[in-house]
Structure formats: structure tokens, C-alpha cells
Design a protein around this ligand. Structure first.
Ligand SMILES: Cc1cc2nc3c(=O)[nH]c(=O)nc-3n(C[C@H](O)[C@H](O)[C@H](O)COP(=O)(O)O)c2cc1C
Length: 207
């Protein structure tokens, strides 16, 4: 099948786009307002975009609290989402009034970050402490604003639960990451599904 997105004539009960750009890592973003309120919410339009300097992005579909808080204080933390924490991840996507803590709502303990003010989720095995670089507010091809805002941050500190470091390497699969797909679907990574490949010679930079 093929469909023209401008007509959206896919004929399916639900838009398949998010099931194609999938599975997506989930940035579980902690941020703080200028008056010290703490916010936590999952963003699956999230990824790393550079390894040096380590840089991440998340996209806010409409102007949500995380975006507002990051722009107020210039800092945020990306917590790693795991199968064990799946219910809490979901709970923190609830729309609560500004100033009501999603961490308390989901029964999650906070742990202090080292280099930024927003705390990390204590139970999450990794956390990226970030400084806000910029927000890019997207326009469509006709130049119309889309109310989609991509936040870029540079990672300045990284927390890792050392239980997941084996022989000097971080065992991603052992952390059982969860990733977002289409509809209400998620995937998790099982350590057995890992395979390794060396890059061909002369492959240039990047990963
Ligand atoms: C797994 C998951 C991924 C999500 N990803 C996004 C996303 O990438 N962008 C977005 O705008 N909302 C996303 N949402 C919805 C937000 O988490 C939700 O709107 C939340 O209330 C935003 O919180 P905030 O206003 O405190 O930032 C996602 C929800 C879930 C459960």
C-alpha cells in the first residue's frame, strides 16, 4: 500500500506513522520551574543527536510544562525508562495542574542530580543531566507554525547504576529498556536479541 499524507487516505483505523518510526527510546524528562516546581513526563519523540558533545532532543507536541520549565531554568534530566518502571512512566504522562508533582503522583522517589537542579528518578538506572541549548519551533513546508517544539540539550553529567556495568561495558539489555511504538504499543529489549557488527574499514566518523 501507499498513501499520500496530505490526503491521509491510508484507509486504516489508525494512523500508522508512529508504528513505522519505532520503537523509539523514551526520554523521561525531569525539569524545574523558576519557582522550584518539579516536573516529570515521558517523551518518545526523543533521541541522541550527537556523541561529541553528547546532545539529546525531545519534541513537545504543543507547548507542554516540560518545555516551559526547561526554557525557564535552562536545565533538564533524561531518565532511562525500564520495563520495571513501565507503570510509573505511564502515570507520569497524566495531565496534572502545573505545580502538582508527577513524581509524587507516581510514587517515585527523587535523587539529587550532581550538576543541574532538576532531580533524577532514583529508581532509573541511568540519567543524563542536560543544559538547554535551544528550542526549534517547527513550521510545515508551507511555512505555517505546527506548534511542535524540539528542545535540544547538551549532556554535561551522566549517572549510571553500576550494577549494569559488566566487564567495563554498560549492559543496555540487562536494564530492560522500554521503547514506544504505535497505538498503545511498547517494546522491551531482551538481552538475548543483541548482535554485534564491526564497521567496514574507512567508515568515517559517527557510530
Ligand atoms: C510513552 C509516552 C511517550 C510520550 N511522548 C511524547 C512526546 O514525544 N511528545 C509529547 O508532546 N508528548 C508525549 N507524550 C505525552 C506527554 O507525556 C504528556 O502530554 C504529559 O502530560 C506532558 O507532561 P508535561 O506537560 O508535564 O511536560 C508521551 C506519553 C507517553 C506515555
Amino acid at each position: 500500500m501507499f498513501y499520500d499524507v496530505r490526503k491521509n487516505d491510508h484507509g486504516l483505523p489508525h494512523d500508522p506513522f508512529k508504528a513505522i518510526v519505532a520503537p523509539r527510546p523514551i526520554g523521561w524528562i525531569t525539569s524545574m520551574s523558576k519557582t522550584g516546581e518539579i516536573n516529570l513526563a515521558p517523551y518518545s519523540w526523543f533521541n541522541g543527536v550527537s556523541s561529541r558533545p553528547p546532545t539529546v532532543m525531545f519534541s513537545s507536541e504543543t507547548r507542554k510544562d516540560s518545555l516551559a520549565f526547561v526554557e525557564e531554568t535552562g536545565e533538564f534530566v533524561c531518565n532511562f525508562t525500564t520495563y520495571e518502571l513501565r507503570e510509573q512512566v505511564n502515570l507520569t504522562s497524566a495531565t496534572l495542574p502545573r505545580g502538582v508533582s508527577e513524581m509524587e503522583h507516581a510514587g517515585l522517589a527523587a535523587a539529587p542530580s550532581r550538576l543541574v537542579r532538576p532531580p533524577r528518578v532514583a529508581a532509573s538506572p541511568c540519567a543524563l543531566e542536560c543544559l538547554w541549548l535551544k528550542t526549534v519551533s517547527l513550521e510545515d513546508i508551507d511555512g505555517r507554525p505546527t506548534d511542535r517544539h524540539v528542545v535540544f540539550g547538551q549532556v554535561i553529567g551522566i549517572y549510571i547504576d553500576e550494577r549494569f556495568i559488566k566487564d567495563g561495558l554498560l549492559d543496555t539489555g540487562a536494564m530492560r529498556p522500554i521503547q514506544r511504538a504505535g497505538y498503545h504499543d511498547y517494546y522491551t529489549v531482551h538481552p538475548d536479541t543483541r548482535f554485534s557488527m564491526k564497521r567496514p574499514p574507512g567508515g568515517g566518523g559517527g557510530s
